[in-house]
Design a protein around this ligand. Structure first.
Ligand code: ZN
Length: 218
């Protein structure tokens, strides 16, 4: 079982499901040749995919195009169903930065065939996290910088203000369709600049005032 890590708290909370939003930045939807969605596009990753900053992402041998996606991640701190603006805001009890590692070649194949993306998004080490910053320690202002570099070269550099759906809108949308539970994490989508990484590459990913991930591909 994987546990959450918190900054300034030693609480032991198992990681629940990882609910991920696709195409939540218009410029990223465009770079993938996709339309800007009318509703959030949702997929899941299992908690067993999680590793922490400092550990290595293992490049699966069944893909030739492993991509990085840096994202704001919401920590759900209480069970919630059919959230309102107020209860959604209350259920989001912290934030961290995450990497949604993606097998882009498989994803394009699956999309073309109309098959589920599951195996493009789910593999061991496919979700990289760092410590959750609780809201009582820091409230997001909404214009924090989000960035990622590979071997020192900046590839993704945006602001969370460019998100199409806000954290509250995302929690309302998901919780109207499935219960969110304490320990669940929501990956809120990546800005433009996604690209390939290969074995030996070093990734640094940051979300301003929240945290930084360092990892390498092995
Ligand atoms: Zn993503």
């Amino acid at each position: 079982m994987k546990y959450l890590k918190f900054k300034n708290s030693s609480e032991q909370i198992p990681i629940g499901k990882l609910v991920c939003v696709g195409r939540n930045y218009a410029a990223h939807a465009k770079e993938l040749g996709s339309e800007v969605p009318e509703f959030p596009i949702i997929f899941l990753k299992p908690a067993s995919n999680v590793i922490y900053s400092g550990e290595s992402v293992v490049h699966p041998s069944h893909s030739k195009n492993l991509h990085h996606e840096v994202e704001l991640v919401l920590y759900i701190g209480e069970d919630i169903k059919n959230a309102t603006d107020i209860t959604a805001e209350r259920a989001i009890q912290g934030y961290t930065v995450g990497l949604d590692m993606t097998l882009r070649d498989l994803q394009f194949e699956f999309k073309e065939k109309g098959d589920p993306w599951t195996l493009a998004k789910c593999f061991d080490t496919a979700a990289v996290l760092t410590d959750v910053v609780l809201k009582k320690d820091y409230q997001l202002k909404g214009d924090e910088n989000i960035s990622l570099s590979v071997n020192g070269t900046l590839r993704q550099n945006s602001s969370i203000r460019n998100m199409i759906f806000s954290p509250v809108e995302i929690v309302k949308f998901i919780s109207a369709r499935m219960t969110l539970e304490k320990g669940d994490l929501i990956f809120t989508g990546t800005p433009e600049g996604v690209g390939s990484v290969v074995q030996g590459d070093k990734i640094e990913a940051s979300l301003e005032n929240i945290g930084k991930i360092t990892t390498q591909i092995e």
